[in-house]
Write a protein that binds this ligand. Sequence first.
Ligand code: SAM
Ligand code: SF4
Length: 375
Amino acid sequence: MLMNLPAWGVYVHIPWCRTRCPYCAFTVVVDRDSPKHAYTLALLRQWEATAPQFPSPPTTLAFGGGTPSLHPPQDLAAIIRTIGPTGEVSLEANPGQVSAALLAEWRDAGVTRLSVGVQTFSRRHARLLNRGHTVEDAQALLGLVAEAGFRSWSADLIFATPGQTLDELDADLDALLAANPPHVSLYGLTAEEGTPYGRAVAEGRITPADEDAWRAAYERVVSRLESEGLGRYEVSNFARPGHRSAHNEHYWRGRPYAGLGVGAAGYWPDGARTQGPEDVAAYLADPIGTTTVERPSPEDAAVDWLVGTSRHVDGLSLEELAARGFTLHDDVVRGLVRAGLLSRTASTLALTPAGFPVADGVLRRLAEALVPAPR
Ligand SMILES: C[S@@+](CC[C@H](N)C(=O)[O-])C[C@H]1O[C@@H](n2cnc3c(N)ncnc32)[C@H](O)[C@@H]1O
Ligand code: SF4
């Protein structure tokens, strides 16, 4: 399928968290005497079995979670050494758990990029999000990270929390921008099934931000960040020049990546999709056999590719779509272009500024318009 691999990545999922945030549906284990070193050994066994699927070496390695900052630094160092990426090594860090000495250990181990889970600077919204750290912890970590000498770093914020006013959002953005981050990820809070927050919304106990409030908040985020030199390059991601996430670019450009650990997704060069198990004990018992490997149909693979690449500011390549054997119903594309939601050039289709806030709906319509190209 993909003949050469100029760039590809490895994602390593570290599931430990101090507490489980009430809105989070990721694969997470509340950290009480977690078998961290056994987990490292299982990751390395899975890597040994997975690496032959890829021409070595990877260009990026990303530790996500969960909370990778809870994993022993010497274990992170061993994973980095064994996998040996040629470029970016990123790590998600939670406030309240990180000292200047730990930052130096990560940097010496080869971590080049940190992503700090701030989420909010407002005490009222921090109570609702109920994270295992305080607003002061987040401020303190941002100060340490800015001084720690990583090649790049990012801060994550959540917006459109229930009842958040535009003034409150502005206050969050003021505090964020005061830390001068080179990269920011901003996610609108979603009500995920099976989470306490999702249940509270489904049962009417909490009223989430409605569509108009969400859109007003998103547009405020974009205008404030862009006017400060943080350009949107994906629906939820903003960067100064030279500070985009090299690892996440693989996802948005349809490039392959290996997924290691519980809950980790992977996409192999031969088109296979992999999915790690939810259960840590099952994974430790068999880190290779518990990950499922499926080869999606050409239609499903094309939809995955279309939805991933279209969220990026560069949009989708019509040439690559044709190379995959698909095209789009022209009347649907023309309708979206006429509505000002998509722009079309001879070689690309991309979201417009009006299309970004309603990206999910636009991409759903595009995916429905996908048809095999005539031979
Ligand atoms: C799964 S977390 C992992 C990193 C770290 N544990 C943290 O919380 O920052 C990655 C990102 O997903 C976000 N996230 C998780 N659930 C979400 C939801 N329901 N709505 C919006 N963002 C969410 C988190 O806030 C965080 O920025
Ligand atoms: S700390 Fe991050 S991964 Fe852990 S439960 Fe909270 S949002 Fe999810």
